[in-house]
Design a protein around this ligand. Structure first.
Ligand code: AMP
Ligand code: MG
Length: 310
């Protein structure tokens, strides 16, 4: 077992065909057994090992977006181990777009590769994050900073009339429905009638949480004394459009409207705030989601870091 880079986040990888290694992933991450794993394959030709025949619209998504930050949920073949699917009758599949993990898959066969963080914590986007989390006890292949910085878009493709995004990522509803030629919508947490009713079990757990408390602050192009007075010194302030509060003596990171950069930096900033002992992280509220494809994913991860489930 080792940690490998992907284009989204670093993954803790185990060979699908090695049940002991798969078990070790749950143990090492402290991952609940009912949170299923994504199977990483090296191309469409391996899908049939794990899933029943996908519909035509799902095949279009694979052809256009693989390798890439897209995980498809398909009906599973009966012999896929329950430990991987958490006993569900579906399986999650993706072809990652990073030469290192693709090279490993070609040598070892398909891998499960959940984010290489202790469960609940922010995902690692640099090799040093994994070294810090596991104090050097886990081997990391250093592939530099990950390109996207947030986890893959997870899409349930089992209904050929309508696909449902279970976890937003870099690919948004517009591009997915353009390519698949069918409606694609976001899953809503209200659709879960009970914890068991969650379509994607991972979504019911606390996630992406730094030790610091995270808050939204209202977007303000010209912040006045109210914003300044409300921020304690031991805060990190992440802005994308607002002017920097002049007298704020804490730390300010301004991404100047570049939301892709904000996505690549988010977990690193969470982790940095924890390392230097900051207690609060304030993030300027995000604009209308249609402005940039990564905004639904940023909104989702920050809301979860704050503690809200939606
Ligand atoms: P991670 O590997 O940490 O990126 O998390 C994988 C995500 O994919 C979790 O949110 C899981 O709940 C989700 N997932 C994996 N397999 C399935 C499945 N068969 N059905 C629904 N969601 C899944
Ligand atoms: Mg994860």
């Amino acid at each position: 077992m080792e940690t490998v880079p992907t284009e989204t986040v670093y993954g803790l990888a185990a060979v699908v065909a090695d049940p002991k290694a798969v078990d070790a992933i749950f143990r090492i991450k402290g991952r609940p057994q009912d949170n299923p794993l994504i199977v990483h394959v090296d191309g469409i030709h391996q899908v049939g090992q794990f899933a029943e025949e996908p519909c035509e619209a799902a095949k279009k998504l694979m052809e256009v977006f693989w390798p890439g930050p897209l995980t498809l949920i398909l009906s599973k073949k009966p012999d896929v181990p329950d430990t991987i699917t958490a006993g569900l009758d579906s399986v999650a599949l993706r072809v990652p777009a990073h030469p290192i993990i693709l090279d490993v898959i070609q040598k070892t066969g398909p891998l499960v590769a959940p984010s290489a963080n202790p469960s609940g914590k922010p995902s690692p986007t640099r090799a040093s994050h994994v070294e810090q989390d596991y104090e050097g006890t886990i081997c990391v292949v250093d592939g530099g900073n990950t390109q996207i910085g947030l986890e893959s878009t997870v899409v349930d493709c089992r209904d050929p009339q309508e696909f449902v995004i279970l976890r937003p990522g870099a690919l948004d509803t517009a591009s997915l429905s353009h390519v698949s030629q069918i409606p694609v919508r976001h899953w809503k947490s209200e659709e879960a009638v009970s914890a068991e009713g969650f379509r994607s079990p991972g979504m019911k757990y606390t996630h992406y949480k730094p030790n610091a408390s995270v808050y939204w602050i209202p977007s303000e192009r010209h912040p006045d004394g109210t914003l300044r007075a409300s921020l304690p010194d031991n805060s990190l302030l992440i802005l994308h459009s607002a002017g920097q509060p002049e007298l704020f003596s804490g730390r300010v990171v301004h991404v100047e409207g570049d939301f892709s950069t904000m996505a690549t930096l988010l977990y690193d900033l969470f982790r940095w705030a924890d390392r230097i002992g900051l207690q609060y992280i304030y993030i300027e509220s995000l604009p209308e989601e249609s402005l940039h494809p990564i905004l639904p994913a940023l909104n989702n991860r920050i809301s979860k870091a704050i503690g809200a489930y939606s």
